[in-house]
Design a protein around this ligand. Structure first.
Ligand code: HEM
Length: 226
């Protein structure tokens, strides 16, 4: 049936209503975490293989890279876990996550209306959250074992060998998870502003995290704002 446009039907341009998602401190916390992980990836890769040793120039040479890398690791650990404490509850797994994952095909093919309504985070975001939490814990623990300047005498050489292997594997996995996170943030249009301006449009919230929007609105029925 052809839809009829009637007199008075009109699209009104203007600012859509928005929904706050992250306050300024949470955003600062996130970007310190992001910057430290990127610096760690660059300095770590520079120390990992001679092929990338030239990257040490960015940190003022090999000696400086070696000295800075573990301290940036401490910044990442503290910063991520301060962020973690603010978000862990909203990232707890729920039954709906399994339903959402089982219909992942619908998400990829753009049939998002067939997916269940979600709270603040989807299963993909939760996966990134918990895998970063685990990997950063492994990285700091194994990093301390191989931080000879302060802890050299506390661990045996065989322990350090295992630690550096686990450290390198965790770092590669963390870089993969990081790429996935940035890709998802760009791929899902309208998401980046959550971490730049701190808010999203109500239309974005309705489309991707409808249960969260409903809860925020405090009543069961909410119409799309876009
Ligand atoms: C250039 C790098 C990065 C970009 C562009 C970016 C972008 C974003 C965006 C847009 C969000 C908001 C998503 C939403 O609320 O729906 C977000 C959330 C988040 N980001 Fe990043 N991010 C970056 C790096 C990182 C790094 C390195 C980490 C961790 C080591 C990280 C951890 C998180 C976490 C934990 C959340 C909250 C989502 C959740 O708890 O599931 N981000 N990021």
């Amino acid at each position: 049936m052809v839809e009829r446009i009637q007199p008075g039907d009109v699209i009104r341009p203007g600012r859509p209503s928005t929904v706050g998602r992250y306050g300024p401190l949470a955003r600062l916390n996130h970007w310190i975490t992001a910057a430290s992980l990127m610096l760690l990836a660059i300095s770590g890769l520079a120390l990992f293989t001679p092929a990338l040793y030239f990257l040490t120039d960015l940190f003022g040479g090999g000696q400086n890279t070696r000295a800075f890398h573990p301290w940036i690791g401490v910044v990442l650990f503290v910063s991520f876990y301060v962020f973690f404490l603010q978000l862990w509850r909203a990232n707890l797994p729920q039954r709906v996550d399994i339903v959402w994952l089982s219909r992942f095909r619908d998400l990829i093919s753009g049939n998002e209306e067939r997916l269940p309504e979600l709270g603040k985070y989807n299963a993909g975001q939760k996966f990134i959250f918990w895998s970063m939490a685990g990997l950063i814990l492994l990285l700091i623990a194994t990093g301390i074992v191989v931080w000879d300047q302060y802890f050299g005498e506390y661990f045996s050489v065989p322990t350090k060998r295992v630690a550096i292997l686990v450290h390198s594997i965790s770092a590669v996995l963390a870089i993969c998870v990081f790429i996935l996170h940035v890709y998802a943030a760009i791929w899902t249009r309208g998401t980046l502003r959550a971490m730049t301006r701190g808010d999203v449009t109500a239309g974005w919230a309705w489309r991707h995290h409808r249960k969260w929007l409903r809860e925020l609105n405090g009543r069961r029925k909410v119409g799309p704002a876009e």
